[in-house]
Design a protein around this ligand. Sequence first.
Ligand code: PLP
Length: 490
Amino acid sequence: MDPQEFRAQAHKMVDFIADYYRDVESLPVRSQVTPGYLRSSLPSNAPEEPQSFDTVLDDVKSMIVPGVTHWQNPNFFGFFPSNSSTAGMLGEFLSGGFNVDGSEWATSPAATELEMLVLNWLGKLLNLPDEFLFNRSGNGGGVIHASASEAVLVALLAARGRAISENKAKGLEEQEILSKLLVYTSDQTHPCLHKACVIVGLPKSNLVILPTLATDDYALSLPILKSAVRNGVTKGFIPFFLGATVGTTSSSAIDPLPALADIAKEYGMWFHVDAAYAGNACICPEFRHFLNGVENAHSFNLSANKWLLTNIDCSILWLKDSKQLSSTLSTLTNKELKTSSIQSRVVNFKDWQVAQGRRFRSLKLWFVMRLYGALGLRNHIRTHINHAKHFEILVREDSRFEILAPCRFGLVCFRLKPSVKHEDNGWKLNSSLLEAINSGGKIFMTHTVLSGVYTLRMSIGGTQTKRENVDDAWKIIQEEAQNLLDQEII
Ligand code: PLP
């Protein structure tokens, strides 16, 4: 690498990104391209000769940017946010610069030790019990994964490892145990738990998905769970994993953690809490109560890349007993263990994840936590929650609309009220409204289905989203709704 050339190219790249963030609001939020658009614009074979950086950057501008849906546009209100920040980007850049593989402590001690330190910092901001933190007395600690899906998968693997050893001790054969293991969760849980069960090799029928009700605000129902668990036990199955969510993807519902923890304990189940999105809000003391009960969980995950200003990817899993995981996933042979005295004193994060190799992700979280401070991070969360409350009021004030679930965190679930002539209970009306809103390009929203009802989701959490963006979005939604209603009259 020629340092001078790198400096020149990196400066151009920084200029490009800075301009991108300055101008992103003027770009259509949802990409307007059609499938295969890139195939017809770029050569189908890699270039034989090296090409100049400027040519590539020109292609980025003319061909890549049009195919990007601009999640960093302040008018992006879809899914859950995917925060970016200067601090996060710079940390990411530095991580790429060092480009170490921190699979083991020894392969780059700073990568492991910074991750341990920064996850203790965040754990303390969340007021997690000490058992979840790295400390001399216990086996607790956190690890950064690429996604919440991976965090949930490894939690399930740890739980499975525990269930196998406990039941082997009771004299059962491994194959028999595996066929009897049951996972319990609600129909609002993110499908990543279903995927994890498939990867772990659990038969489909061993994942018990419990129905939720609008009257419970879509939280996991205790009577339904209790009866399902009793039923499983009566039939000779082994309930081994209970998956709860704080802030479901669909409507930000909150499962009743303290009571669920009691049920998990009664039946010896591993209790996991997925708070990928909403957990971030719990760094604010006034929202911490949503996590009450996590002290009785075995594992807990949160994605700083969703709502804590840390560029994707930065999904964190905390465990109280990391040994359950590392003993399940360790690739160390006994001989290696014996020959290295260091191994007994260090954390090797490769044993806490699927892949062997791992990126130096903690750098970006460390930059974020230092450049914002706890105050800045809390301010970020509170601003969005206030915007969401404001939006909820706007919706409630317009009698053509209705709110469909409690407004929690930065999410508002609502719809345009159907009339008796809408025989599909407003499905077409609201799906047409969403398409009209999104095809305009100025804002972007997504939908969910709650109790069979097509529901619009206004998810507020973009790093650059201001109150004016929320007000402007509401005007667009109202205008498009009126257009639709007018067309129906004609
Ligand atoms: N859990 C919850 C509650 C989520 O909202 C999501 C995604 O939005 C996930 C898990 C999956 O996250 P990932 O895409 O990082 O795997």
